[in-house]
Design a protein around this ligand. Sequence first.
Ligand code: WQD
Length: 340
Amino acid sequence: MKKTVLVSGGAGFIGSHVTVELVEAGYDVVVADNMSNCDMTCFEGVTKIIGRRLPFVQMDFCDMEAVNRLFEEYHIDAVIHFAAFKAVGESVEMPLLYYRNNLLSFINVLEAARTHGGCNVLFSSSATVYGEPEELPVTERSPRQPATSPYGNTKQMCEDFLRDAVKAYSEIKGIALRYFNPIGAHPSALIGELPRGVPNNLVPFITQTAIGKRECLSIFGNDYPTPDGTCLRDYIDIVDLAKAHVCAVSRMLDGRMKEPYEIFNVGTGRPVSVLELVTAFEKVNGLKLNYRFAPRRSGDVTAIWADPTLANEELGWKAERSVEDTLAAAWAWEKHLAGK
Ligand code: WQD
């Protein structure tokens, strides 16, 4: 029998790409989203890519009754939980909003997973839990650092909720995937990142500058102790990232987990500087980007990249796309949005 996967926050950037990969791997998928930070663009894009409309439930995971109704209506074998706020700066300004939304929604998912006959839970975590690492690359055993924002704190706390719930309730199994920097778009250019207002993240700012929506990219800091003075990150292609979810879900559903709670880094293992990323974008897309060097952005770590060995070996997953292909896809998506 086909297994059913619930994707909370499934209309967003990562959720929509994961939905496509799950369907292509043969899973039934139910998409749920409260649409608080996206419109139907990506869900419609998913419909076009897979050629049919998936069940879609507009609901808020902070509403326990709505979550229970969802679990009663569908037999959910696994849930991938994306539904959360994700802007670091905003979380500093509105910590209670972030704590209420991100923590309560996940508690509700865990409660429903426990009370509706058991369920596998995949939590969307972040490399932000490692803070400014003392040793690079970071492995899953690298220590977590105290969070520097409420957003980062919610990622750490939700990881702990999952660990503790799995320990207490044998009917729940859990995997946390720690993403590095997800970028890019689906090769169809039908789904991608849709930031509201001025983008916080680097690649949407680059593509919006290239299309003329922003005048100039500020590169935050060129005096870091790195080869070219700009920060180093592990940029992971969104389709590669989505495929890691399919590997993790099938590991849970096929009973291949070695522990009832597991953590995997999802990254490439390849550090890329901000300047290298900008240069690669210009080269692969044949254009010049207007940029300038600006002061450091507060809260940025100098360098972080993954040791993805555990995911490579245990999940049988490996990042495949080059940075160039990913940046070409990001640009194709920006042009698609502009109707060009
Ligand atoms: C990358 C690099 C910036 C914008 C954040 C979250 C993390 C995760 C992904 C969120 C940094 C530089 C950026 C710009 C720049 N989750 N930059 N000019 O900060 O590594 O990670 O996003 O959803 O938890 O912390 O990603 O894309 O913001 O920045 O120079 O206009 O690009 O300084 O070095 P970050 P980012």
